[in-house]
Design a protein around this ligand. Structure first.
Ligand SMILES: [Zn+2]
Length: 301
């Protein structure tokens, strides 16, 4: 059976290509394209997500997260995001829209006549836009270059993959309400500091537990009446909290000694923000994860 939409005869095809956006050309492209859609795909812990971040001028106007079945590839996620972005661009009513993806392979699939159904559909949408005299331009945006819209799409795609909703607004809320940020404030002295680091972390349910204190810890479970006793296994009356586990609990003294040697710093409350710095972060989060796995396990019985 023939696919529902086929590429037209070569003579009828519009010429397709994409421009490059990097640190040098970013400002120009933003200036010349008030309406922009950034796309990204992501695969974390076997889960796949795609995302779109729609911008007008300097502000994001819409964020869309799509969760894909786990057997999908990042390439499929990137293609899906690109297709949706072109659809949005066509329906937006704007005469000129830039669609920016950091996936060169997805852009090539669309522009170099790949038979992939999503690529075929995207080309069809682009042709339709051209017929309506709308200018929908594709750009390959350099990844990991700190370019705002791309960073945002990347973050959304990760959230989509992990099914975490609005992680960043959640951090904001924690700081807004003041005083209740508790554990989070130990790690990040300000919401700005949180943004900076959280962007660089693969947010898993283990790291979220550590950074928020909300998780399978006796103190937290007890607060919600999910456990009779808030105490740690090491000593009755000592609350099993994240700071206790990471900084004091004798049960994890060996792990703590090892990480202190490795990072060259003592595990104290004051040092937690530094432990999340670029040099220490990976090893420190591994230390946290190892503890959380053990604690979750013993509290799940
Ligand atoms: Zn303990």
């Amino acid at each position: 059976m023939a696919p529902a939409i086929e590429d037209p005869h070569p003579a009828e095809q519009v010429e397709l290509g994409f421009g490059l956006v990097d640190e040098d050309t970013y400002a120009d492209v933003v200036d010349s394209h008030v309406h922009r859609v950034y796309t990204d795909g992501s695969k974390i812990e076997g889960r796949v997500g795609a995302a779109l971040s729609v911008w007008k001028g300097e502000a994001e106007t819409k964020a869309i997260k799509l969760a894909l079945p786990p057997y999908c590839t990042v390439y499929q996620a990137e293609l899906l995001a690109l297709k949706r972005a072109v659809d949005i661009a066509c329906k937006s009513g704007a005469a000129k829209v830039g669609v920016l993806s950091d996936s060169r392979s997805a852009l090539q699939a669309v522009t170099l006549s790949s038979p992939h159904p999503l690529a075929v559909q995207t080309r069809a949408a682009l042709r339709k836009a051209a017929l309506q005299r709308r200018e929908v331009s594709l750009f390959w945006i350099k990844a990991h270059a700190g370019l705002k819209g791309n960073e945002r799409a990347d973050e959304l795609a990760k959230e989509a993959a992990l099914g975490l909703r609005d992680t960043i607004s959640e951090w904001d809320r924690r700081y807004d309400v003041g005083g209740t940020a508790g554990v989070t404030k130990l790690f990040f002295p300000s919401a700005a500091a949180a943004y900076k680091v959280v962007r660089k972390i693969d947010i898993t349910h283990h790291t979220t537990q550590v950074l928020t204190g909300h998780g399978g810890f006796a103190f937290y479970l007890n607060r919600f009446k999910l456990k009779d006793n808030p105490s740690c296994l090491c000593q009755p009356g000592v609350e099993e909290t994240v700071p206790h586990l990471l900084l004091e609990c004798p049960i994890f003294a060996k792990n703590r000694y090892a990480i202190e040697q490795k990072l060259g710093m003592a595990m104290t409350g004051e040092n937690l923000p530094s432990a999340l710095g670029d040099k220490c972060r990976d090893a420190f989060l591994q230390y946290c994860r190892n503890i959380v796995v053990v604690v979750n396990q013993r509290n799940s019985v």
